[in-house]
Ligand binder design. Structure first.
Ligand code: NAD
Length: 476
């Protein structure tokens, strides 16, 4: 049982002014595993003041100094990765194998930003002008519960690289993980006030960060719904925004794809992170005349997927993060049936023998059409909708018939055709024939999946402001 009753301001763990206490629950067992005392608006203002003061000197640090800090931030995460992993399994319910990979990714974010920083030119010349890219200021980092360490490091690493100071408000559902990563950052010996953490509710701490005039930018990852609130409230102070929001990603399997490979991979991808991931291909779009074959392959794949304790090796789908998320998924499964989709696998309720946690049945609907709620809205659980097309044009039309545009997937044995389709899908990222990653390539959404980009030089660029100086070389 952990009692988290401190926040981190100006290099010190301090008691918050806020007094509200929230229980932290293990989603696999529904047991209370900790309590967190939530910070309030005053705590947030204190953290912003510390970050503002620290910015005066941190913004003047050299590349070399910041490179050393990024290295130390990487090293502490690697050193503490076992403890970090355990907390993610216990507090979030993420299967143990997936957790380890995500913690490593969190550490690597700092190394990737070191590479970007080495090369990055903070001064450029355009004709007679000198263009200087200056650190933006104090940044408010607001993150969700579905990969706590990764989201925090994805935002913190470019902030440090650019010379910005931060106030971090991670999800209130991840307080144990947040406490542990804060302890790591404290050990890394970063100057006081550069990194500050305030636990708290979104509509309290997050809202104060969003409206405070001393915060230059909000970098947010979370739902499109909250992204809209942040966008609206940030406008008063003309804050810069990076919004990494929701998705309803299409996965187009063209007629000539290798179905024996593509369909199982599609199911596994849709259910990765127990379906609680922004980029999952939750709309599988397949040729109409091959639907029966797809159904057989989907059923067979799901028979081989283990749902259960996140502690057991081999588990692929763990519990939903909370009672609320469990109920959300149940509501969508019910709606799918009510709106006329055909239930192929799964359905409402707990899988047999897993009633003690927030476990749901991996569920697949076929004969889904784009007017159905399950085809339009992000569910954030292991629920896959299968839609069919007759022509390539129709497949593209269905893929783009969404308010989102975060990720997309295309499979075909003809690379030229796959590239042709990929170029017509309105999405920030398109993966052809399988899962690929390039950690220094930009990630972010078209349409209502967001604003701005993360990772690599594009990500770093969000944390600088551009100043043009003319006459800098003119002597009187
Ligand atoms: P959420 O939007 O409910 O919460 C995200 C964060 O915002 C939390 O820290 C929360 O406390 C805070 N928040 C809530 N209300 C706020 C307000 N009024 N002002 C400021 N902050 C506020 O999201 P969640 O349920 O934690 O996470 C799931 C969502 O995140 C999904 O929609 C998913 O698609 C999205 N997500 C997107 C990406 C991406 O990179 N695009 C990655 C992961 C998750």
């Amino acid at each position: 049982m952990r009692n988290i009753d401190q926040i981190y301001i100006n290099g010190k763990f301090v008691k918050p002014n806020g007094t509200e206490i929230l229980d932290l629950i293990n989603p696999a067992t529904k047991e209370i595993i900790g309590r967190v005392t939530l910070g309030d608006e005053k705590d947030t203002r204190d953290a912003i003041a510390a970050a503002k003061e620290a910015f005066k000197t941190f913004s003047k640090t050299t590349k070399k100094e910041r490179l050393q800090m990024l290295q130390r931030l990487h090293d502490v995460i690697v050193e503490k990765s076992e403890i970090l992993n355990q907390a993610a399994v216990e507090e979030y319910g993420a299967p143990v194998a997936a957790t380890a990979a995500r913690t490593q990714y969190a550490a690597k974010n700092f190394l990737h930003n070191m590479e970007i920083l080495q090369e990055y030119q903070f001064e450029k010349f355009i004709g007679k002008a000198k263009v200087v890219l200056e650190p933006l200021g104090v940044i408010g980092l607001i993150t969700p519960w579905n990969a706590n360490y990764t989201h925090i490091s994805t935002k913190l690493a470019p902030a440090i690289a650019a010379g910005c100071t931060v106030v971090i408000k991670a999800s209130e559902l991840s307080a144990i993980q947040t406490q542990l990563i804060t302890e790591c950052f404290h050990e890394a010996g970063i100057p006081a006030g550069v990194i500050n953490f305030v636990n708290g509710r979104g509509d309290v701490v997050g809202a104060e960060l969003t409206r405070h005039p001393d915060v230059a930018m909000i970098s947010f990852t979370g739902s499109s719904q909250v992204g809209r609130i942040i966008g609206r409230d940030a406008a008063n102070t003309m804050k810069r925004l990076v919004l990494e929001l929701g998705g309803k990603s299409p996965n187009v399997i063209l007629d000539d794809a290798d179905f024996n490979k593509a369909i199982p991979l599609s199911v596994m991808t849709a259910f990765s992170n127990s379906g609680q991931a922004c980029h999952v291909g939750s709309r599988l779009i397949v040729p109409e005349h091959r639907l029966q074959e797809v159904k057989n392959l989907v059923k067979k794949t799901i028979e081989g997927i283990k749902v259960g304790s996140p502690l057991e090796s081999g588990t692929y789908i763990g519990p939903m993060v909370s009672q609320k998320q469990y109920e959300t998924v149940q509501r969508y499964i019910k709606l799918g049936t009510e709106e006329g989709a055909e239930l192929l696998v799964g359905g409402e309720g707990h899988p047999e023998g897993l009633e003690h946690g927030y476990f749901v049945k991996p569920t697949v609907f076929v004969n889904v059409t784009m007017d159905m709620t399950i085809a339009k809205e992000e569910i954030f659980g292991p629920v896959l909708s299968i839609l069919t097309f007759k022509t390539e044009e129709e497949a593209i039309e269905i893929a783009n018939d969404t308010i989102y545009g975060l990720s997309a997937y295309v499979s075909s044995s003809d690379l030229e055709k796959a590239n042709r389709v990929a170029s017509q899908i309105v999405s920030g990222r398109v993966l052809i024939n399988g899962l690929h990653d390039e950690p220094k390539a930009p990630f972010g959404g078209f349409k209502q999946s967001g604003i701005g980009r993360e990772f690599g030089a594009y990500g770093l660029e969000e944390y600088v402001e551009t100043k043009t100086i003319l006459g800098f070389d003119v002597t009187q």
